[in-house]
Ligand binder design. Structure first.
Ligand SMILES: C[S@@+](CC[C@H](N)C(=O)[O-])C[C@H]1O[C@@H](n2cnc3c(N)ncnc32)[C@H](O)[C@@H]1O
Length: 229
C-alpha cells in the first residue's frame, strides 16, 4: 500500500505526547463521541466478562471507553508504537487495561481469543492491510464482533469538504496543535489513498466475516463505522 512511503511508527512516536490535543482540536471533540458510539455497537449483548481487543489502541481513549461502558471486560490494548501506549498509560482508568506492544501483521494471541475487537483510525495506516484484517478475523472468536472506526476515501467527490477542510484546515490545525507538519499532511493523503467504505467492506468479507454493515457518522461519510461478524 502507499502507506509504505511513510514510516508510520516513527511518525506516531514523534507525535505521541501531543496526539490527544491534536485530535480534540481537529475534530472539535467529536472523536470522543465517535468512540463512545462505536463501543455501544461493539459491546451490545456481549457475554459477561468478555475479552476485548483494541488494535492500534494508541493513547488508550478507545480502551478506556470500553471499560467505562463495560467495567467487567478484560481489555487488551495492542499497538506497535510504544510511545503512544506510554502516553495513554497515565490516564484515569488506564491501569485496568492490559498493554501489548504488538504489530497487526502478527498478533500474539491464540485463535478466537477475543469475544470482540475494535480498531479506531488504525487500519488506514496498515502497511499490510489484508494480513492485519486476517489476523483480526483469526483472533476474534466465530460469531464475535469487530468494529472499525475510520476515515474512508469518499465514494462521491466532496469539493468543499475535501478541498477546504480535509486538505487545508485539518492539516493546519493538526500542525498548530502538535508542532509536526508532516504528520498532519499525511492525514488527508492517507484518507485519499485508502479504500472507500464499500471497498473496505468487501475486504472484510474476503477474510471471512459473513455479516458486514457500515454506517456513516456524519453526512457525507467523514467518519464511518463498519461492524463485522
Ligand atoms: C491514528 S492512531 C489511532 C489511535 C487510537 N485508536 C485512537 O482512536 O485515537 C493509529 C494507531 O495505530 C497504530 N498502528 C499503525 N500501524 C500499526 C500496526 N501495523 N500494528 C499495530 N499498531 C499500528 C499507531 O501506532 C497508532 O497508535
Amino acid at each position: 500500500m502507499a502507506q509504505a512511503a511513510t514510516d508510520v511508527r516513527a511518525m506516531f512516536d514523534r507525535i505521541a505526547g501531543r496526539y490527544d490535543t491534536a485530535n480534540r482540536v481537529m475534530s472539535a471533540g467529536l472523536d470522543v463521541l465517535w468512540r463512545r458510539r462505536a463501543m455501544r455497537l461493539l459491546l451490545d449483548r456481549l457475554e459477561q466478562s468478555p475479552w476485548v481487543l483494541d488494535l492500534g489502541a494508541g493513547t488508550l481513549d478507545g480502551a478506556i471507553e470500553i471499560l467505562h461502558q463495560r467495567p467487567d471486560a478484560n481489555v487488551v490494548a495492542a499497538d506497535f508504537t510504544r510511545a503512544m501506549l506510554v502516553a495513554g498509560r497515565r490516564k484515569p482508568g488506564a491501569a485496568a487495561v492490559t498493554l501489548h506492544a504488538a504489530d497487526s501483521r502478527r498478533l500474539p494471541y491464540r485463535d478466537g481469543a477475543f469475544g470482540a475487537a475494535f480498531s479506531g483510525f488504525c487500519v488506514r495506516n496498515l502497511r499490510d492491510l489484508a494480513l492485519g484484517l486476517a489476523e483480526l478475523r483469526r483472533v476474534v472468536r466465530s460469531g464475535g464482533r469487530l468494529v472499525i472506526l475510520e476515515f474512508f476515501q469518499p465514494a462521491q467527490p466532496r469539493p468543499f469538504w475535501d478541498g477546504l477542510v480535509t486538505n487545508r484546515l485539518l492539516p493546519l490545525l493538526g500542525w498548530a496543535a502538535s508542532g509536526d507538519r508532516e504528520a498532519y499532511r499525511y492525514l488527508p493523503d492517507s484518507i485519499q489513498r485508502f479504500d472507500t467504505r464499500a471497498d473496505f467492506e468487501i475486504r472484510l468479507r474476503d477474510v471471512g466475516f459473513a455479516e458486514v454493515h457500515g454506517q456513516d457518522l456524519f453526512p457525507g461519510g467523514i467518519a464511518s463505522l463498519v461492524e463485522a461478524r
